[in-house]
Design a protein around this ligand. Structure first.
Ligand code: SF4
Length: 122
């Protein structure tokens, strides 16, 4: 056991929408019985990429005692594709663009690197 950063999912807030599943590159999150769950804590690296994509604010990160992150096991996890992940501005998907999660007007959105400068500079 080690003390490290790891995500925490508030089941009361989670609607089971699944938006956090594909963005987790480590394949640590799945929807089980209608709620997001960390299927194995050794798969969560604690980077928190999933936090920004949750529209309900159900995911947070905390420091606690848990198992060590297993990079090899995480890299071996099947990668999940979600075709709904696309740039809100131009519609580009992750197959043709780099996408970043952003928050705007209480919404969790994705933006591609081509459209991001327009957001920053107007
Ligand atoms: S994105 Fe948030 S609300 Fe949706 S399944 Fe994941 S934790 Fe639940």
């Amino acid at each position: 056991m080690v003390k490290r950063m790891i995500i925490k999912i508030d089941e009361k807030k989670c609607t089971g929408c699944g938006k956090c599943v594909a963005p987790c590159a480590e394949g640590a999150i799945e929807i089980i019985n209608g709620k997001a769950k960390v299927i194995s804590e050794e798969l969560c690296d604690g980077m928190g990429f999933c936090i920004g994509v949750c529209p309900e604010g159900a995911i947070s990160i905390e420091e606690r005692h848990t198992v060590e992150f297993d990079r090899e096991k995480a890299e071996a996890q099947p990668k999940k594709r979600d075709i709904s992940i696309q740039c809100f501005s131009c519609g580009a998907g992750e197959d043709i663009s780099y996408l970043l999660p952003i928050r705007h007007n209480m919404q969790s959105l994705w933006v591609c690197t081509r459209c991001l400068p327009k957001l920053i500079h107007g």
